[in-house]
Ligand binder design. Structure first.
Ligand code: LMR
Length: 335
């Protein structure tokens, strides 16, 4: 008996049972997010869970909490920094309060024409250098996950810049989006995502902006009579983890999680466009929201009204960051 105990202790000390001990007591990753499971982010989080658990053979257990069931927007950032959750994928518009304002470059109106333009940034050097800016905050950026281009919605048709005048519009916590709404004469109201449906339903706000997948899965279309496919801005995510947690993971585990993250990123970016296209069709088919597709001239008028936001926000975002994005995409104002 004594001998067996001794042998076991020696084996554990030699690290022979490390995988066994993981299995008995897995490393738990709480992954909190604010959208529905049936969205690009929701599905990608589930994909990451499956891949991470498979690749680490159960040494890691990922618990996904959707729909703000664990934390709302602002709280989840604080929870990550404190180590109460290990993984999040906040929208790029929500990094200002963390002190990283450069991410608001993604919110500039009409800065990306399409996903191809966007990927020149998120899959390139500019994206990598943006993620690196999180590290001094104790946050490690692991990947960018796509969602989509935003529609505007309200209870009245939104065709020209004038149509937005005086509307109370719910926005995310981005100063760039705030400036964008003001440029249209609207009155921006920062509010957590989880409170938006009710604020629209009760008339606390008149309208909002979101990719169709969010509009549809939160049932916002049931309380918005009109939506306009303005595609005026992009909403996507940075997947982040607590840096200390990440750095302390056993190396083999971190390597498997890196692989799982790469594969779930590919998956997220493959499904995002189709998911949003389908959601917009579903909104139309519901008959509850009339979806308007602006003409080329109407888009030009919106662009003219919104372009000054790029200059106005240059100091906040950082001119270097804006220029790096322009260079990566070949952005030319008005083209
Ligand atoms: C929003 O608050 O509108 C979005 O950031 C929600 C999300 O995570 O897509």
């Amino acid at each position: 008996m004594k001998k067996t105990l001794l042998t076991l202790t020696t084996a554990v000390a030699l690290g022979l049972f490390s995988m066994y001990s993981y299995a008995a007591d897995p490393i738990v990753i709480k992954f909190s997010h604010v959208v529905a499971p049936d969205t690009p982010k929701g599905k990608a989080a589930e994909k990451f869970k499956t891949l991470a658990e498979e690749k680490t053979k159960g040494a890691v257990k990922v618990e996904v909490y959707a729909n703000s069931t664990l934390y709302k927007d602002k709280e989840e950032m604080e929870a990550l920094q404190m180590g109460a959750v290990q993984m999040l994928a906040p929208s790029l518009a929500k990094f200002g309060p963390l002190g990283v304002k450069d991410f608001e470059v993604f919110d500039l109106p009409y800065i990306f024409k399409n996903y191809e333009d966007l990927h020149k940034v998120t899959k390139g050097e500019v994206g990598a250098s943006l993620l690196a800016k999180l590290e001094p905050k104790g946050v490690k950026g692991l990947a960018f996950w796509d969602n989509g281009f935003k529609v505007m919605s309200a209870n009245k048709p939104l065709k020209t810049p004038d149509d937005f005048k005086g509307l109370k519009m719910r926005i995310q916590s981005s100063k760039v989006i705030e400036a964008q709404m003001r440029a249209l004469g609207a009155n921006p109201q920062v509010m957590p995502f989880s409170e938006t449906y009710q604020a629209l339903q009760t008339g606390v706000v008149d309208g909002t902006e979101n990719p169709p997948s969010n509009l549809y899965t939160q049932k916002m279309h049931e309380v918005q009579k009109h939506a306009s496919a303005t595609n005026h801005g992009y909403l996507g995510y940075a997947v982040i983890t607590n840096k200390d947690f990440w750095d302390k993971l056993p190396e083999d585990v971190r390597k498997s999680l890196d692989e799982a993250m790469q594969e779930s990123t590919d998956y997220a970016n493959e499904i995002a466009k189709a998911d949003n296209d389908q959601a917009l069709e579903a909104v139309k088919a519901s008959g509850k929201t009339e979806v308007y597709v602006p003409s080329e001239d109407e888009i030009k008028a919106l662009q003219a009204a919104l372009m000054p936001v790029h200059t106005e926000m240059a100091e906040r975002i950082g001119k270097e960051t804006i220029d790096a994005v322009y260079k990566a995409t070949g952005f030319e104002a008005g083209k």
